[in-house]
Design a protein around this ligand. Structure first.
Ligand code: ZN
Length: 251
C-alpha cells in the first residue's frame, strides 16, 4: 500500500523507487510505503503503483499527473539501492498523517485564478470575486459555494472546457510544457510556444498537438528522463462553448 505524501525537492542522484531510474527534474513526488517510510517516484511510476493522485495537496506537479500515461513495463529487476531511494531529509518524520480533502469548489476557484492567468477568459467576475474572498477569509460563504458549484455542475454535464476535470488537464499540460521549455534552449522554443498559446486560447489540445509534445519529450528524455508520455486522447470529447469560438478576442 503506497500513498502520496507531497512534492518536494529531490537531492542529486535521487532514484525512482519503482523503476530505479534517476530523477533529474529537481522536484519530484514523495510517496510512503505501508510502514510510512518515504520514497521518491517518477510521475509515470507513481500513477502506476500509487494510483490516481488524490485530492490532498493543491500542487501543480501532482495535478500534472492527470494527463500522464501510466508506465507499462513493471521492471522486476528494480533493484534500487535502498539508501538512495529514501529521502534523507534532516528532520526524520516517519509518517505523515493524511491531510483532509480540500474543498472541491475552493480548489476549482484557486486553479482558475492562480494557475490559469494566461488562459483566455481565465476567470469570470464571480470567480474573481470568490478568489478575493477566499484570499481574505480563507473560505467561501455559502452563496458563492452554491453559485460556483452550480457552474461546475453545468460544465461537467456538458463536458465543457470549463469542467473541473478539463481545468485540471489544462493546468497539467501547461505544467509539462513549462518543464519542456525549461529544458529547451531559447532559440529552439518556437514549437513549444506555439502549443502553449494554442492551449491558452482554446483550453484544449488536439491529439496531434499532444503527439507533438510527446515527440518533443522523447528528445528531452536524454536530459530529463522522468519527462512522461502524455495521453494523446486527454481532451477527446471536450466541448467548447460558442462564446469561446467567437471572433472577438478578449485577450
Ligand atoms: Zn519509475
Amino acid at each position: 500500500m503506497w500513498q502520496y505524501l507531497r512534492i518536494d525537492h529531490l537531492p542529486p542522484g535521487a532514484r525512482c523507487t519503482f523503476c530505479g531510474r534517476e530523477l533529474r527534474r529537481g522536484k519530484g513526488i514523495i510517496v510512503a510505503d505501508s510502514s510510512g517510510q518515504e520514497h521518491f517516484s517518477g510521475p509515470a511510476c507513481a500513477k502506476e503503483h500509487v494510483g490516481e493522485a488524490e485530492e490532498r495537496i493543491l500542487d501543480i506537479s501532482r495535478i500534472a499527473l492527470c494527463v500522464v500515461v501510466k508506465s507499462k513495463k513493471v521492471k522486476s529487476k528494480a533493484a534500487v539501492p535502498p539508501a538512495s531511494s529514501v529521502p534523507n531529509v534532516g528532520n526524520e518524520k516517519p509518517s505523515t498523517p493524511p491531510l483532509p480533502p480540500l474543498n472541491k469548489v475552493e480548489t476549482y476557484v484557486r486553479l482558475r485564478c492562480e494557475m490559469m492567468p494566461d488562459f483566455k477568459l481565465h476567470a469570470s467576475a464571480v470567480l474573481k470575486e470568490a478568489f478575493e474572498v477566499l484570499e481574505r477569509d480563507g473560505k467561501l460563504p455559502e452563496h458563492l459555494l452554491q453559485r460556483i458549484s452550480g457552474l461546475m455542475r453545468n460544465a461537467d454535464r456538458d463536458n465543457s472546457i470549463f469542467s473541473d476535470a478539463n481545468v485540471r488537464r489544462c493546468v497539467a499540460v501547461q505544467y509539462w510544457i513549462s518543464v519542456a521549455l525549461d529544458h529547451t534552449r531559447e532559440g529552439r522554443q518556437d514549437f513549444l510556444r506555439g502549443i502553449q498559446s494554442a492551449l491558452h486560447s482554446r483550453w484544449l489540445l488536439t491529439q496531434s498537438q499532444i503527439s507533438g509534445l510527446n515527440s518533443w519529450g522523447q528528445k528531452l528524455r536524454s536530459e530529463v528522463d522522468d519527462f512522461p508520455l502524455l495521453m494523446t486522447d486527454a481532451f477527446d470529447g471536450v466541448t467548447v462553448p460558442d462564446f469561446m469560438l467567437g471572433k472577438r478576442s478578449v485577450k
